[in-house]
Write a protein that binds this ligand. Structure first.
Ligand code: HEC
Length: 102
């Protein structure tokens, strides 16, 4: 049986959907500087009312950032920060903090 005509366009689509290696190290660093004041550069918060991010699951972190951005999870500062972050930035910073030791 010949390959269905659909196979190629579908393959192209699947490739386009995979994240385009998101941000480089310097870009993540620039972003992280904005979070470090509260969450620490090492992902360990300095204040008792700020959660630690280090070693947290990246999908969880990303989902929280999306929730702040949409307003589903309410918090003034995080909403403000979320509003200015693209989806790629949220993914990259979530991966950065997830990769740090707890
Ligand atoms: C002004 C201080 C401040 C800054 C700056 C800040 N955050 Fe937060 N962040 C908080 C506080 C406070 C919370 C807890 C919110 C709550 O109580 O719901 C929080 C919560 C979070 C959460 C949810 C964590 C959890 O365990 O549910 C994530 C993820 C997060 N911040 C990521 C970031 C990222 C990424 C940045 C940088 C772009 C950032 N934050 C910058 C104060 C800050």
């Amino acid at each position: 049986m010949p390959l269905p005509r659909l196979a190629l366009p579908l393959l192209a689509l699947a490739c386009a959907a995979t994240p385009a290696a998101a941000l480089d190290r310097a870009e993540v660093q620039d972003l992280m500087v904005q979070c470090a004041a509260c969450h620490g550069a090492d992902g360990v918060a300095r204040e008792i009312d700020v959660p630690n991010l280090a070693g947290q699951h990246d999908v969880y972190l990303y989902n929280q950032l999306k929730a702040f951005k949409s307003g589903a999870r309410k918090h003034k500062e995080m909403r403000y920060l979320g509003r200015h972050m693209s989806d790629e930035e949220m993914q990259a910073i979530a991966q950065y903090y997830a990769g740090l030791p707890k």
